[in-house]
Design a protein around this ligand. Structure first.
Ligand SMILES: [Fe+2]
Length: 243
């Protein structure tokens, strides 16, 4: 499996707190059947002011240690970018980290606030698509406005977004409401990728194997698409892969 969303890089966001924990998280991912992981720390202005170059530096250090420890996990990096008005500026400065590409568009893992769908999102999505950037919306199933008004998910679909559902949402880690929403999206085949969004070993561990079992029981082909085929197309379709 390919895991497109993880907070495994140590010490630069609310994910892994140390190199030792990050290495254990890498082993946990391998135990789940993950062969490639994209390290996607937050870029969230005022909270986690990571940049393409600061992430690259931490990534290369971590990748070296994963190799030293002989953990059979290949790695690349991007970021989970919180919606904000500077995204077009960062794009023009070549400062936006991309997961890879999909249908000849560079893929941006875009995070909304957890409480609501932010104003200006429609304009941002249109701007990104016009500039050949494909927004992949992180964990829509955990957004409280979408949970309360699920027709707004269809609106986001019509805008041309792709969606990443978090593995733990499919296994019930985030409660019944989120679980029901995630399962209803699965029944509609309404998302493109499942990823762990792992932050640590216990509270937010790698749930990819358990989630794969849930989706596989429902539809083997869809499980193949969202855990393997689609994410691997995104990661391999890039000309900016950081390996
Ligand atoms: Fe995340």
């Amino acid at each position: 499996m390919i895991d497109l969303h993880s907070h495994i890089l140590p010490g630069i966001d609310d994910g892994a707190r140390s190199l030792d924990i990050a290495l254990e998280m890498a082993k946990q991912a391998v135990d789940c059947g993950v062969s490639h992981m994209v390290c996607t720390p937050h870029i969230h202005r005022g909270y986690f002011d990571n940049t393409l170059s600061s992430i690259a530096e931490t990534f290369h250090h971590f990748q070296h240690h994963v190799g030293e420890a002989s953990i059979p996990l290949s790695l690349s990096f991007a970021a989970e970018v919180r919606v904000n008005e500077l995204i077009p500026v960062w794009y023009k400065q070549n400062a936006l980290p991309f997961l890879g590409s999909y249908n000849d568009k560079q893929v941006l893992l875009l995070e909304m606030p957890h409480s609501h769908v932010p104003q200006g999102l429609e304009a941002l999505i249109k701007w990104l698509l016009r500039n050949n950037v494909q927004p992949l919306i992180a964990h829509p199933e955990r957004n409280r406005e979408l949970l309360a008004e699920q027709h707004k998910f269809s609106w986001l679909q019509r805008q041309g977004c792709l969606f990443q559902v978090t593995a733990g949402a499919l296994t019930g880690r985030f409660g019944d409401k989120v679980n029901d929403f995630a399962l209803s999206l699965m029944e509609k085949r309404a998302f493109h990728v499942v990823a762990s969004d792992t932050h640590d070993l216990e509270r937010r561990p790698n749930d990819m194997k358990a989630a794969f079992d849930v989706v596989q029981k429902y539809d083997v082909n869809f499980a193949q698409d969202v855990f393997i085929t689609n994410p691997s197309e995104i990661v391999n379709g890039t000309s900016t892969k950081h390996e």
